[in-house]
Design a binder for this molecule. Structure first.
Ligand code: PHE
Length: 339
């Protein structure tokens, strides 16, 4: 009995180690093949039945005490190791204040799209997306632009191999995709990138962005078009800015108009940007042409609608006083950092 208690005491002292490897060797020393307790249990045959019972029970008790002490100690050591590691690997978030780079910001084109989108959302429009590669049908035919119309001139349009598909030249095919999927009432805008095959200069780029708008329903009138776009311009440029609707022509609208805004740079007095006219062209619009409704099987007797399209870069240039469209695509940090 005394021996067994001594064995437990001795083992406990060893188990107090802070080395996991030591714990393994202690286990072996007492419970292994030639372990102290293993040998005691093996030697039981030399004792009387009474002695066997007592010594056996004691040895087994010692075994389970030592085993559980080893397990407990192991858990403690593991936790200590983790704590130690955590302390070492701790990230000092306050050091983020010393991060040596400026934080990123949204590109002015994206910012402008977001701003315009949120104005139209507040007017009940939803937002749709369309493909940048279109068939000629979506880009032209469905929009009442016949085969020999000058807008199809290869000068303006990027044709893809086989001449079947084109890079969309405007976001108006987005109208067709929406109407194919949805019956009126429709109130949607379609922002996106468009492509035109033209030389780039301060005011032209082979790729730029447009936002298309479409509203179709029963009794949608030109007055709705006018009030919607007037509200939009006032929200974008301020309540005081003057605007005018000037008759124009688009194949997919009839009647058609363009909206001019009083030059935001010279307040209508006349300057280089507005070419001394005091007005800036902002967007194209009109009442949806019945041929467009026919292309998507809308009932032309029941429904009317208006559509509009605007160039995002142009609006951004006027809003931020940028005088060269190429700045949007050169990714010069000195330019981008200002937004
Ligand atoms: N798609 C025309 C353009 O690219 C703009 C427009 C859209 C005009 C919708 C009228 C109606 O110039």
């Amino acid at each position: 009995m005394n021996d067994i208690d001594k064995i437990i005491e001795e083992a406990s002292a060893k188990i107090n180690s802070s080395d996991i490897a030591v714990l393994e060797s202690v286990k072996n020393e007492y419970m292994g093949k030639n372990g102290v307790l293993t040998l005691i249990l093996k030697s039981l045959s030399q004792y009387s039945i009474e002695e066997k019972k007592v010594i056996g029970a004691q040895a087994n008790r010692a075994k389970s005490v030592i085993e559980s002490e080893i397990e407990k100690r192991k858990e403690i050591l593991k936790k200590m190791l983790i704590d130690e590691k955590m302390a070492k690997e701790k990230v000092d978030y306050s050091s983020a204040f010393y991060f040596p780079f400026a934080k990123g910001s949204f590109h002015p084109v994206i910012r402008t799209i977001e701003e315009i989108t949120s104005i139209f959302k507040s007017l009940g429009f939803s937002v749709a997306d369309g493909p940048e590669i279109e068939t000629e049908w979506y880009n032209f035919e469905a929009l009442n632009i016949p085969v020999n119309h000058p807008a199809r001139d290869t000068q303006d349009t990027f044709y893809l191999e086989g001449m079947k598909n084109v890079m969309r030249t405007h976001t108006s095919p987005g109208q067709i995709h929406v109407m194919e999927k949805q019956q009126p009432p429709v109130k949607v805008i379609v922002p996106g990138r468009v492509y035109r095959n033209e030389a780039s200069d301060a005011s032209h780029s082979a790729t730029f962005h447009q936002i298309e708008g479409l509203s179709v329903g029963e009794n949608v009138t030109f007055a709705d078009l006018k009030s919607t776009l007037t509200l939009f311009i006032h929200k974008l440029y301020g309540q005081d800015v003057a605007l005018r609707f000037r008759p124009s022509h688009f194949q997919f609208t009839e009647p058609s108009a363009e909206v001019d805004v009083q030059c935001v740079l010279c307040n209508g007095k006349g300057c280089r940007v507005c070419k001394n006219s005091g007005w800036l062209e902002m967007l194209g619009c009109g009442m949806v042409h019945p041929n467009v409704f026919k292309a998507v099987n809308y009932d032309t007797k029941k429904y009317t609608g208006f559509a509009f399209g605007m160039g995002v870069e142009r609006l951004a240039m006027l809003k931020y006083g940028i005088d060269d469209i190429r700045l949007f695509y050169e990714n010069d940090l000195r330019f981008l950092k200002q937004f």
